[in-house]
Ligand binder design. Structure first.
Ligand code: NAD
Ligand code: ZN
Length: 350
């Protein structure tokens, strides 16, 4: 079968031919319907050898949808032909976190060498994908796998980030999204769907602001201009919150300039949520951030949250904007991601 693999450090990934995997006991083989392209893929492929821990060759693709092709010995509760989404942050399934469905925070995945598909285990940018356990599959029902595949990360990750902030996203509050790309444009929709907050999107690219506005942001501003322009813009944003500052700032970039911007925009008791994997840090301190403000860096989401995200899509309250690519065109999908020219998410259809 064809697979799109990152094969050597610093080299562009390529389409190669590999054997179709055979499901062992407890495993499920999927015929891939769609695989999403995430900025995290670009991040891991930018790592120098000494920091790269995902194994080579690595079949990319941690956003996965497929049709159940065959079942390994002992697999129950799922049938051949079922259309499914794959919950990506695989855990051990038995520790306290996994028992709560929070396999993204599994206590022993690292020790046991359990890695998500596309981030250690072979991913979905291939014709077939091996899934380690049927509990990682969520039925799509009649929903389109191509438009839904990115709910597994570009939907789930912002949902998990936002859900923890719900108690402070009350009527009259302001929520800010920094970076309105793949994750950010879904974050805007989730905020509109499950909170009464005023939603403000910030991005360095004007077309991303247009997208954020089109999917529901009340206001959108292009950032990254000269220091004076930024000061005026920050004043304007603060005025939109009645001078209070934002209840929550979701940073989908995570570089020093965006985490610092987030810290300047947050209000008393507010939350700075760093989702982007940039090297930026947030300094929370008595004289540096408003009283009671806090910062956190969430990772992916839980199994039950994926079901909740799918429900938002099923009822038409969120929709991932996508651009389609064939497996042979996967290199071009990554080039578009790198160039910042994608509208929403790139989806590869093998
Ligand atoms: P993307 O490339 O689709 O979107 C990034 C957006 O940020 C783009 O619209 C870009 O124009 C904008 N941007 C870039 N620099 C900016 C700046 N200085 N100020 C404002 N906007 C800026 O990327 P994505 O796939 O949506 O991923 C976003 C981030 O989230 C990446 O860092 C990715 O690795 C990370 N991520 C984290 C998790 C997690 O679990 N924490 C999960 C998935 C992705
Ligand atoms: Zn991702």
């Amino acid at each position: 079968m064809k697979a799109f693999q990152y094969r050597s450090i610093g080299r562009a990934p390529e389409v190669v031919d590999v054997p179709v995997p055979v499901p062992g006991p407890g495993e499920v083989l999927l015929r891939v319907s769609a695989a999403g392209v995430c900025h995290s893929d670009e991040f891991i492929m930018s790592l120098p050898e000494e920091q790269y821990v995902y194994g080579l060759p690595l079949t990319l693709g941690h956003e996965c949808a497929g049709i159940v092709e065959s079942l390994g010995e002992g697999v129950k509760g799922i049938s051949v032909g079922e259309s499914v989404l794959v919950y990506g942050p695989w855990g051990c399934g038995r520790c306290y976190a996994c028992s709560r469905g929070e396999e993204n925070y599994c206590e022993s995945a690292a020790v046991q060498g359990i890695r998500p598909p596309g981030l250690g285990a072979p991913g979905a940018m291939a014709e077939y994908l091996l899934v380690d356990d049927a509990r990682h599959l969520v039925s799509l029902g009649g929903l389109d796998p191509v438009t839904c595949v990115s709910l597994t990360d570009a939907g789930l990750t912002p949902y998990h980030a936002i859900k923890k902030s719900l108690p402070i996203l009350v009527p009259g509050s302001v929520a800010i999204v920094i970076g309105a790309g793949g994750l950010g444009h879904v974050a805007v929709q989730i905020l509109r769907a499950i909170t009464p907050s005023l939603v403000i999107a910030l991005d360095t690219a004007g077309d991303k602001i247009d997208l954020a506005r089109a999917v529901g942001a009340h206001f959108g501003f292009v950032t990254g201009g000269a220091a004076e322009t930024m000061l005026m813009l920050e004043e304007e944003i603060r005025a939109l919150s009645g001078g209070r500052g934002a209840a929550a700032v979701f940073d989908f970039v995570g570089i020093q300039s965006t985490t610092e911007l987030a810290a300047r925009l947050v209000g008393v008791g507010g939350e700075i949520v760093v989702v982007g994997v940039g090297p930026g840090t947030v300094q929370v301190g008595f004289f540096s951030t408003p009283w009671e403000s806090s910062a956190r860096a969430p990772y992916w989401g839980s199994r039950s949250e994926l079901i909740e995200v799918l429900e938002l899509a099923r009822t038409g309250r969120i929709k991932v904007e996508i651009e389609r690519f064939s497996l042979d065109e996967a290199p071009r999908a990554y080039e578009s991601l790198h160039a910042g020219t994608l509208r929403g998410r790139a989806v590869v259809i093998p």
